[in-house]
Design a protein around this ligand. Structure first.
Ligand SMILES: Nc1ncnc2c1ncn2[C@@H]1O[C@H](COP(=O)(O)OP(=O)(O)OP(=O)(O)O)[C@@H](O)[C@H]1O
Ligand SMILES: [Mg+2]
Length: 246
C-alpha cells in the first residue's frame, strides 16, 4: 500500500464530517472517491494533504505517519494536489510556468536568475508534450482557455514529481469534450507514468470509465470500497444516491 488511512475522524463543531474512515491505496492504482454533496470527500483529502489534522486516526504514506505534518512537508514526501492550491502565473508563458514549478520543487542550489532560461528545459518540454500543451508553450498562461488552464495546472502538479496525486473534481465546469480530454489525460498519466491517483468526481461516466476501484462516502462514513461493478450493484450505494443514476 502506498497510502493507508486508519479510523479517520473529523468533527466540525457538532457535525462529524468524517467518521471512522479506513482504506488503503495500492501503488499504481487509479481510485475514485465518490459520494453525495457533503459526504466528507474533500475533508478526507484535506487530512491526507495536511490542510486539516484528524481528530482521531492516522494517515500513513509509504510506511510513514504523516498526519501531524504541515502541508509542505507532506508535499515534499510526494503527495501532489492539483487544482486547489495551484497558482498559474498569467503573465509568464506556459513553458515558464512549468519551469518555475520544476524550480520550486527541485531547484535547490540552482541560481534562478542566471540560469532561468535554461533550467529544466528538457523536463518542462517533456511534461508539456505529455499533457498536450507543447504547441502553446510560448503563449502567456493568462491567454489559455479554461480547459487548457486546467491542463497547465496538471502540468504544474506533475512538475512536483508526485508519487501520489490527488485530484478534487478534475472535470468540474468542463464541457463534454473537455471532460473527455481530462479523462484521457488522467488515464495516460496513470498508465504511462505509473502514477498512483485518487480522484473525487461527481460525473458517474467519468468515475466508471476510468477508476479501477471506487470508494463511496455518505454522511461521513465509508459505505463501499471495491471494484466498479461491485460498487455499482451495492444496495447501500444505490440508497445513498437515491434519485441519481449510478
Ligand atoms: N471548515 C469547515 N467548517 C465547518 N464545516 C465544514 C467545514 N468543511 C466542511 N464542512 C462540512 O463537513 C461536511 C463534509 O464536507 P466536505 O466538503 O468534506 O464534503 P464533500 O464530500 O467534499 O462535498 P462536495 O461533493 O459538495 O464537495 C459538510 O457538511 C460540510 O458542510
Ligand atoms: Mg468536496
Amino acid at each position: 500500500m502506498i497510502l493507508e488511512v486508519e479510523g479517520l475522524v473529523k468533527d466540525f463543531g457538532a457535525l462529524r464530517a468524517v467518521n471512522e474512515v479506513s482504506f488503503g491505496i495500492q501503488e499504481g492504482d487509479l481510485v475514485a472517491l465518490i459520494g453525495p454533496n457533503g459526504a466528507g470527500k474533500t475533508t478526507v483529502f484535506n487530512m491526507i494533504t495536511g490542510f486539516l489534522w484528524p481528530d482521531r486516526g492516522k494517515v500513513v504514506f509509504r510506511g510513514e505517519v504523516i498526519n501531524r505534518m504541515p502541508p509542505h512537508q507532506i508535499s515534499r514526501r510526494g503527495i501532489g494536489l492539483a487544482f486547489q492550491i495551484t497558482k498559474i502565473f498569467p503573465r509568464l508563458t506556459v513553458f515558464q510556468n512549468v519551469q518555475v514549478a520544476l524550480f520550486v520543487s527541485r531547484g535547490k542550489g540552482v541560481n534562478l536568475f542566471s540560469l532561468a532560461p535554461r533550467v529544466f528545459k528538457e523536463e518542462a518540454r517533456e511534461i508539456l508534450s505529455l499533457i498536450g500543451l507543447a504547441e502553446m508553450s510560448n503563449l502567456p498562461a493568462g491567454a489559455l482557455s479554461q480547459a487548457d488552464k486546467k491542463r497547465l495546472e496538471f502540468a504544474i502538479a506533475l512538475a512536483g514529481r508526485p508519487r501520489f496525486l490527488l485530484l478534487d473534481e478534475p472535470t468540474s465546469g468542463q464541457s463534454a469534450e473537455e471532460t473527455a480530454l481530462t479523462v484521457d489525460l488522467i488515464r495516460r498519466i496513470n498508465q504511462e507514468q505509473g502514477l498512483t491517483i485518487l480522484f473525487v468526481e461527481h460525473k458517474m461516466p467519468v468515475v466508471f470509465g476510468i477508476a479501477r476501484r471506487i470508494l463511496v462516502m455518505h454522511q461521513g462514513f465509508l459505505i463501499a470500497n471495491g471494484e466498479p461493478e461491485v460498487v455499482r450493484r451495492d444496495e447501500k450505494v444505490q440508497k445513498a444516491y437515491l434519485g441519481e443514476n449510478v
